[in-house]
Design a protein around this ligand. Structure first.
Ligand SMILES: C[S@@+](CC[C@H](N)C(=O)[O-])C[C@H]1O[C@@H](n2cnc3c(N)ncnc32)[C@H](O)[C@@H]1O
Length: 232
């Protein structure tokens, strides 16, 4: 990058920041903070599925993710490498993968990996557009599904059913999630689903044939767990 280009980049930064902040304010007014509780699980209230989609798609343009892509790729690669799994040539689908940070971690380990996201941004070679309530992949086509975005679900049972459909028998679902509200967690503005604790988060998955095989504490990008669930 030339000196002139760098100067232009720096000059525009405050305007981009202001633009993000105004857009955030507008979205907060539009979507509000109404939640509905179902036992130990809560859903943000939307007036329609279209509103949910619009809200979820907005996050990419309203945030500066700094060095997250580098740091999370490395942290996830390191903890996946500790699992007793030969990752080479496994088919892995990362759902709600934004720009593809987790896809890169799985590729680093030798998987055939791809991501889907409502908003993968422009020219993303790792992630294609898709909705985790309605996956555009054939039944029993994946060895592994990874997600750290269940807090963005509209209908957790629908997500669990779709993941069970695309996984092969004995396939592995890896869920990374924050500990929940019993331990002081709370949903941010873009979250649409939340749980009191992780026992409750995994309960809907049992209805679709998953059983928990391991729970591993994690600290980055937030305190939580990597939960390994096997499909029977
Ligand atoms: C907290 S971000 C996490 C992104 C990514 N997993 C990472 O760690 O970099 C949540 C992501 O979920 C995506 N998302 C929300 N609802 C979705 C849906 N129904 N289907 C697919 N992606 C969705 C958003 O677009 C956003 O990129």
């Amino acid at each position: 990058m030339s000196g002139k280009q760098r100067q232009t980049f720096d000059l525009l930064r405050p305007f981009r920041k202001l633009n993000r902040s105004l857009r955030n304010r507008f979205l907060r007014r539009r979507f509000g903070e109404k939640w509905e509780r179902r036992g130990a699980l809560q859903n943000r209230t939307y007036s329609s599925y279209q509103d949910y989609i619009e809200h979820q798609k907005a996050k990419l343009a309203t945030h500066d993710f700094g060095d997250y892509d580098v740091k999370f790729r490395e942290a996830l690669r390191a903890r996946l490498a500790l699992l007793a799994i030969d990752w080479r040539a496994l088919n892995d689908l990362c759902v709600a993968a934004r720009i593809g940070t987790e896809v890169k971690a799985f590729l680093d380990l030798g998987c055939r990996a791809i991501g889907i996201d409502l908003n993968p941004g422009k020219e993303n070679q790792y992630v294609v557009e898709g909705d985790f309530h309605n996956l555009a992949f054939p039944a029993q086509s994946m060895d592994v599904v990874y997600t750290n975005s269940l807090d963005h679900a509209f209908d957790i049972e629908r997500v669990a059913k779709e993941v069970a459909r695309v996984l092969k028998p004995n396939g592995l679902l890896l869920v990374e999630a924050g500990t929940g509200s019993d331990r002081g967690g709370h949903p941010g503005f873009y979250e649409s689903f939340f749980w009191d604790n992780l026992d409750e988060l995994v309960r809907p998955f049992a209805m679709f044939g998953f059983s928990v095989t391991a729970r591993i504490p994690i600290t980055y990008p937030w305190p939580g767990e990597m939960i390994c669930l096997k499909l029977s």
